[in-house]
Design a protein around this ligand. Structure first.
Ligand SMILES: [Zn+2]
Length: 220
């Protein structure tokens, strides 16, 4: 397999940070595909800021695909030894070739995103990427899968697909043996903002009742 020409993962990211996960209030959004499924190699947690940014970008163009990268941290929860990626913000891809049914990051877009990450988000990683599928549903196309495997090859890098018309989304995450299912997506954990309101009411995912750090760390 040929190596990608752009390296998105700085050499400092050979192992996850050790962290006690946040004591924030969390809501888990559960995918219909999760029951009985092989667990993902990492769990995804999103901040209200990152969710608001993704939702805003997704709503920007309801006819053509838009996308970008997910910025955050790769962590291992100290007590449960569970790996988590925390998505804290996004970077919109600008130099993309896009149409109603495809998006592709160009070499220029990846170089620009890498520069932007280093300049504005020191000590943060590209933990994955996102793009929209207007009126197409939540899945990874053959090309999406190729792009993910070539440019986001790490076990902890994830792909988020959003369908803005039906307010649906899902994360495509490798399992421990590296398998990536392009159809069966996972949900995520939302860190709730003040007041406990969700940023987006996803229609294809089932929300849990808010809990304090239900998955990360012991109860106080
Ligand atoms: Zn796609």
């Amino acid at each position: 397999m040929s190596q990608p020409r752009v390296r998105l993962v700085p050499s400092l990211a050979r192992s996850p940070r050790h962290a006690r996960l946040l004591r924030n209030r969390l809501r888990r959004w559960v995918s219909p595909y999760e029951s009985g499924a092989e667990p993902p190699a990492v769990a995804v947690m999103m901040t209200p800021r990152a969710l608001a940014q993704v939702a805003e970008h997704a709503a920007n163009d309801l006819d053509n695909e838009v996308g970008g990268v997910l910025v955050g941290k790769w962590m291992v929860e100290s007590e449960k030894r569970e790996e988590v990626v925390l998505v804290e913000s996004i970077l919109r891809a600008r130099h993309v070739r896009q149409g109603s049914t495809f998006i592709t990051f160009t070499q220029d877009s990846l170089v620009a995103l890498n520069d932007e990450l280093e300049a504005n988000h020191p000590r943060r990683l590209m933990v994955g990427w996102y793009h929209t599928h207007p009126r197409m549903g939540v899945f990874l196309s053959g090309y999406d899968t190729w792009l993910h495997q070539h440019f986001f090859p790490e076990s902890w890098q994830v792909a988020l697909v959003i369908e803005p018309h039906s307010t649906a989304c899902g994360f495509f995450i490798r399992t421990a043996d590296g398998t990536l299912d392009p159809q069966r997506y996972y949900g995520f954990r939302e860190i709730l903002a003040e007041g406990g309101r969700s940023e987006v009411e996803w229609r294809n995912l089932a929300p849990s009742a808010p809990a304090v750090a239900d998955d990360g760390g012991s109860s106080p």
